[in-house]
Design a protein. Structure first.
Length: 244
């Protein structure tokens, strides 16, 4: 917990850098979409293929974005996501033997840097009305297993967001975006696998519930963003006063 607080203290001051820059455009926005997971129960791809449970995989959030140059934007991001999986939906032989299912809530707080390929909104007369972008960041996350009320592992981890997106200018004050992002984590317990007992204290078979500590779990966000561009106050030209 102390390391997470320290991480927040060092990443968010970066969002205030160059506050006096004349070129910056401030935005506040929301995001919504679908979360997915990759781990012991879905080792090679995010579990998009288990669409039976897709209604459980919600992801919503809010963000601040500061556009400080033509190419670089800084973003502060808060997101809530829920991921799940069920061995009953898998045809893998180990899934039938393990019979595990989980549902985990994730809270994420992160700072990200975006690289815009086009000069989005930078020209008053002829602004680029869209741009693809890449993003990379660092943040902290907390996991809450819904079916394990007494977890014996650390619920906090560092997360590394990385992904791609597209921004579109709807009008002078609104931007619409579509985004896909992966989160590299340093925990192996998003799927509640890797512990030797379940929430009832019953011993688990280590052949099926031993996590791969060399391959940490990941989670993903796919969805839309909508942001409001805060109007820049118009500065009045100084008035020269004649003196006699």
């Amino acid at each position: 917990m102390k390391s997470l607080k320290f991480l927040i203290l060092i990443i968010f001051p970066a969002l205030l850098v160059h506050q006096s820059s004349k070129a910056q455009i401030h935005e506040v926005g929301v995001m919504a979409g679908i979360a997915s997971y990759k781990g012991e129960m879905s080792q090679y791809f995010p579990n998009f293929h288990h669409i039976e449970n897709i209604g459980n995989r919600i992801a919503v959030g809010a963000f601040y974005r500061g556009n400080f140059t033509k190419s670089i934007s800084l973003r502060g991001n808060f997101m809530y996501a829920r991921v799940d999986d069920n061995d009953a939906l898998s045809s893998a032989p180990i899934a039938a033997l393990r019979g595990h299912f989980f549902q985990t809530d994730i809270l994420e707080l992160s700072a990200q840097i975006e690289y815009n390929f086009l000069d989005f909104r930078q020209s008053v007369k002829f602004p680029e009305t869209w741009t693809p972008y890449l993003f990379l960041g660092v943040g902290g996350m907390k996991i809450s297993p819904r079916f394990n009320l007494l977890p014996t592992y650390n619920l906090y981890s560092i997360a590394i967001p990385i992904g791609v997106g597209m921004k579109f200018m709807l009008n002078d004050n609104l931007n619409l975006g579509v985004e896909f992002g992966a989160r590299k984590t340093f925990t192996d317990f998003i799927d509640d696998i890797g512990v030797n007992v379940d929430q009832a204290g019953i011993a688990r078979d280590p052949r099926y519930f031993t996590g791969n500590t060399a391959d940490k779990d990941m989670y993903f966000f796919s969805g839309f963003t909508l942001s409001y561009v805060i109007p820049i106050p118009q500065r009045l030209c100084p008035v020269k006063v004649r003196t006699f």
